[in-house]
Design a protein around this ligand. Sequence first.
Ligand code: CR1
Length: 834
Amino acid sequence: RGRVGSVTRVTESTPLIASPEPSVEGFVREYLRELNFTQGTVLERASTNDKYLALARTVRHYLMASWMRTTSEHLRTQPKAVAYLSAEYLLGRQLDNALIAADLTDIASEALASLGIDVAELREAEVEPGLGNGGLGRLAACFIDSLATMAIPAIGYGIRYEYGIFRQKFEDGWQVEKPDRWLDNGSPWEFAHPEHEVTVSFGGHVETVSEGEGADAVETSRWVPGWEVLGVPYNYMVPGYRNGCVNTLRLWSARATHAFNLETFNYGDYAEAVRAQTFAENISKVLYPEDSTPQGKELRLQQQYFFVACSLRDFIDQLLPQGFDLHRLPERVCFQLNDTHPVIAVPELMRILVDEEGFAWDEAWEVTQGCFAYTCHTLLPEALEVWPVDLLGRLLPRHLEIIYRINDEFLEEVREASGDDAVLVRRMSIIAEHPGRAVRMAHLATVAATKVNGVAELHSQLLRDKVLADFARLWPEKFTNVTNGVTPRRFVRMANPRLSELITEAIGDGWVTDLDRLRELEPLADDPEFRRRFREVKSANKERLADFLARRDGIEVPVDTMLDVMVKRLHEYKRQTLQILHVITLYDGIVSGRLALEDVVPRTVVFGAKAAPGYAMAKQIIGLINHVAAVVNNHPEVSRVLRVAFPANYNVTVAETLIPAADLSEQISLAGKEASGTGNMKFALNGALTIGTDDGANVEIRQLVGDDHFFLFGLTEPEAAAVAEAGYRPATYYEENATLRRALDLIARGEFSGGDRQTFEPIVSNLLGEDRFMVLADYQSYLDAQQRVEAAYRDPDAWSRSAVLNVARSGFFSSDRSMRDYLDRIWHAEPLES
Ligand code: CR1
């Protein structure tokens, strides 16, 4: 097979250019060189963007030698690698992270200050790459950071969307979506490698060919594709924290094939040639803005196949030595499937091995099963991806055939193991029959993977007991848990420099790469001086937030109130509605005179959330929050103790300013619905207390920080399941709880919609009629917990003691620990010797 631009074998003596030594003078020199020679401008004329790009490129210089060294070491030593396959990477801004990783923050500030430039201002010029929706994409970004920091040979594979997650605006309080043009000013962090382009085929049909003669003749399938696109890799540095390791994130961009264009063009139809090009390039055009619900669109399946086909080809052709015996592939790689989005990689590897490499089916299956592992990120049945057979067959006919055969053999195994249990066979089949024939991607992944994991203890338990129970009975040893984690580099060290300094002063700086060491802070929770300084950090962070929101959104945030924050995607199961009902209840109490102002702990409730553009109820809820905010914030009495802030376009950059300032973290999903949550971890690590249900990773947070430092409320998962089983009737709660009734009636009567009763009618009738996520059932319990929050907040010393203990006891939630668990339980790869 052709190997375009295939790598030269690297030997010990491969020459590498050293990065410049870090010094202020050196940095100034490198910087001016970038500004003059690459950016092509002089300081006097340089725009902010020029200056930012030159700074980013300068920082790159200091990481470059490490990147090249890491890359050639991987090629030379051929260690077992982790290939993380993810349709999303929610990276956030790169500049600060790179500065911190290279230990250049101070040098860069000083160097640029000597040129009269403020680094802080340049930071703001970076548009974050929002190539993900929420937790799943941000998790992938945390994981590759940790892998690099632990020097694990790893590569992230994904899609270079031209448009990331939409930019959210509010018009009269309602969400409107604008395109995210993150590449408009150029990205200094990417390196395009068109010479390593990969051809990806689609469509066409399958032919059966006979090889050999007479009795020896074997029938083999051959895919005759209908059309092709090219995948061009863009490499991004993934710097480890000050360890000389820089891994690679490789994102694929779709291009039209040269041949395709040229042919059409020769026929004289220029417009048609351009159309063909646009068609091909659509594949990596835009990120689907869906979170926790799959979008069953043909283009999405094209995206999925496009990036995994590119990635498998790339790994085999570029990272393995020429002539590598693919029977040994499992020794060299684990392809980690981040949810079902990349699962089409399974039949793709089978196709490569059987059709291209001439493997017998069983041999190929053994190799394939050894190479994949699958992480499931959901508990909502409607979030499990399913592809209609006719669509998949049209787009990838050979893959469908392969899936059928995998299914046949798998169902044979089920029949044998179950004594021909036809009901079980139907339930477990990779092919669903109703409502239409469709491929269940989670089943395919589970059948193919060496290991299947959930993302928190409770979630993994529910996968075993409910979502994938049949599979767990058949293959109990396949199932495992790896509780999610977040990178302490970005979410503490970088986002919260003040807290980082305080911690480092107390226990040294080892915690940045060994987060369990935060435990050493525990005794300091009892030290009044430490707590005072901790409170100082919190209030300085609130000032920083107030400043940020004033500039960014013109929102006024009072800094001397309790900051109560709920930031995450807008989804009914996450229950933003529950929190807004609490706000309405406080408002109602004050306005009606039942609640005296001095009895309310002043608080500012902050929301941040995007709704999927097609998710009408989620958009309604956004409208409600903004309308309630307008009424509350403009009420002369109420606004003295209660404010609601909802900055538009919540993203990683906003999170980094908001989370360090928070006092209270809202993690209030209905138990059994949030697989893990990762925001919950970021808040605890930054010293916010959690009000939360026994759901996802909240369970583990509470166990670690202790019941006294966590505000638990709500139904447990088994209780919620029992209520649902018995027939849940939300209206009963409305009828029996006067406080709840008043809150809902206010919405229904148009208190927040200028007297119009229609505006929020869908929300009210949904809550009273169906309330799938049991908001009304948990309302009173939530209110009671908020009362406990208020009581606790009135005692600043006790509160900050709890906050310090939250920090000290949350080291477990480092994504470094998650990586260790994946390595032990799933990947079995080793760090590279440095
Ligand atoms: C889950 O909803 C979890 C992240 C990362 C999300 C959230 O609870 O923390 O994954 N799932 O594991 C998701 O986005 C598409 O599914």
